[in-house]
Design a protein around this ligand. Structure first.
Ligand SMILES: Nc1nc2c(ncn2[C@@H]2O[C@H](COP(=O)(O)OP(=O)(O)OP(=O)(O)O)[C@@H](O)[C@H]2O)c(=O)[nH]1
Ligand SMILES: [Mg+2]
Length: 327
C-alpha cells in the first residue's frame, strides 16, 4: 500500500524482536494471509520462543470473554507483565485486522504500549485455525510478551484448534449457557483448566456453578481439579480471584515438568494437525486435477468399484502408499 513501509524478512524479524507494534501488526497480517514471509519470520525466531505463557479463553457467544480478557489485562498490567491478545473468529474468513466489537471493548488498552491486541480470521488457510493461531502466538512470544491471551468463540472443532496451543484453558460461561454444560458432559469439550461463571449478578449464577460442579465431579482421574470462579467482568469483580486460579494452574504445570509435557503434546498435535490439513488439500487437488482419479469416484457411484478399493487406488496414486498403509 502506498506510503507504507515495505518489510523484508530482516526488518520484520528485528521489528518483532523489539516488540514494535507496527512490525507485529504486519507480521500477524502475514500470518493471517498465509504469506511466505510469515513462515520465514517464524522460522527465524522460533528458537527464541517458549517464554510466553498462553491462556486460551473460550466459551459461547456473548458470555463476556472479551470483557473478561480486558479486565484480566488491566489486572496483570498493574504489575510488570506485557500482554498480547489474539482474538480468533472462526466464523470470519478474514477480519481485515480487527473486529469492530473487540476493538471497542478492548480499546482502553490501546494506548498502553505493554499491550498488543489483534483480531484474526482465517483467510483461505490450508492449515486452518490451528496454523494461524500457533504462528500468531509464536510471533507475540518472540516479541517478548509475557502473557498471550487467545480468545475464540464456541464449543466446536474450530474452537478446539485455537485453544489447543494454550498452556491454560479458561472456559467462560454465563448463567443459562446450558449447551456448554451438555458439551462438557458429553465430552465434546475437553475439560478446561479454569472455569469462570461470568455475569454473576444473574439470579441463576449459583445454579450454573452447581451444574458445572456436577459435571466436573464425574471426572475423578484428574490431578488438577478445575476451579470455578464467579465473575462480573464489566465491574472487574472476581477478576483477581480468577487470575489467582490461572496462576495456580500455571504453578501446577510448572511443577514436575508438566508444562514441558503439555507443550510437547500441544506442539506435536499442532504439527500433526497442520500436516493433516495439508495432506487433505493435496488429496482434494489431486483428485480434482486427475481424470483417472475422478473416474474412480464415478465407478464407486455406479457400483463397479467398492469404496475401499477406490481408497486404496487413490492412496497409492496420490501418496504412493501401497500394501497395508493404503488400505
Ligand atoms: N451484566 C453483565 N454483562 C456483562 C458482563 N460481562 C460482559 N457483559 C456484557 O455482555 C456483552 C458481551 O460481552 P463480550 O465481552 O463481548 O462477550 P464475548 O464472549 O467476548 O462475545 P463474543 O466474542 O461475541 O462471543 C457485552 O454487552 C458486555 O458488556 C458481566 O459480568 N455482567
Ligand atoms: Mg469477544
Amino acid at each position: 500500500m502506498a506510503g507504507r513501509r515495505e518489510w523484508t524478512c530482516e526488518t520484520l524479524v528485528a521489528g518483532v524482536r523489539e516488540g514494535d507494534p507496527r512490525a507485529l501488526a504486519r507480521a500477524i497480517s502475514l500470518v493471517e494471509n498465509g504469506d511466505p514471509l510469515a513462515y520465514e519470520l517464524v522460522s527465524a525466531v522460533y528458537a527464541e520462543t517458549g517464554r510466553a505463557y498462553s491462556i486460551g479463553v473460550t466459551g459461547p457467544p456473548g458470555v463476556g470473554k472479551s470483557t473478561l480478557i480486558g479486565a484480566l489485562v488491566r489486572h496483570v498490567r498493574a504489575g510488570e507483565q506485557t500482554v498480547g491478545v489474539i482474538s480468533v473468529d472462526p466464523s470470519s474468513p478474514f477480519t481485515q485486522g480487527a473486529l469492530l466489537g473487540d476493538r471497542i471493548r478492548l480499546s482502553d488498552h490501546f494506548l498502553d504500549e505493554g499491550v498488543f491486541i489483534r483480531s484474526m480470521g482465517t483467510r483461505g488457510h490450508q492449515g486452518g485455525l490451528a496454523e494461524t493461531t500457533l504462528q500468531a502466538l509464536l510471533v507475540l512470544d518472540a516479541a517478548g510478551k509475557d502473557l498471550v491471551f487467545l480468545e475464540t468463540v464456541g464449543a466446536g472443532q474450530s474452537e478446539v484448534e485455537v485453544i489447543s496451543v494454550a498452556d491454560t484453558v479458561l472456559l467462560v460461561l454465563m448463567p443459562g449457557s446450558g449447551d456448554s454444560i451438555q458439551a462438557l458432559k458429553a465430552g465434546i469439550m475437553e475439560i478446561p483448566d479454569v472455569i469462570a461463571v461470568n455475569k454473576r449478578d444473574h439470579p441463576a449464577a449459583k445454579t450454573m456453578v452447581n451444574e458445572v460442579r456436577q459435571v466436573l465431579a464425574l471426572d475423578r482421574e484428574r490431578q488438577w481439579r478445575p476451579p470455578i470462579v464467579l465473575t462480573e467482568a464489566v465491574r472487574g469483580e472476581g477478576v483477581p480471584e480468577l487470575w489467582e486460579q490461572v496462576e495456580a494452574h500455571r504453578a501446577f504445570l510448572e511443577s514436575e515438568g508438566r508444562l514441558e509435557d503439555r507443550r510437547r503434546r500441544n506442539l506435536a498435535g499442532e504439527v500433526f494437525a497442520v500436516a493433516s490439513a495439508r495432506a487433505k488439500t493435496h488429496l482434494e487437488r489431486a483428485v480434482a486435477d486427475d481424470p483417472e482419479l475422478r473416474r474412480l469416484l464415478d465407478e464407486v457411484q455406479r457400483r463397479e468399484l467398492d469404496p475401499l478399493s477406490a481408497v486404496r487406488e487413490i492412496m497409492e496414486k496420490v501418496f504412493r502408499l501401497d500394501g497395508a498403509d493404503a488400505r
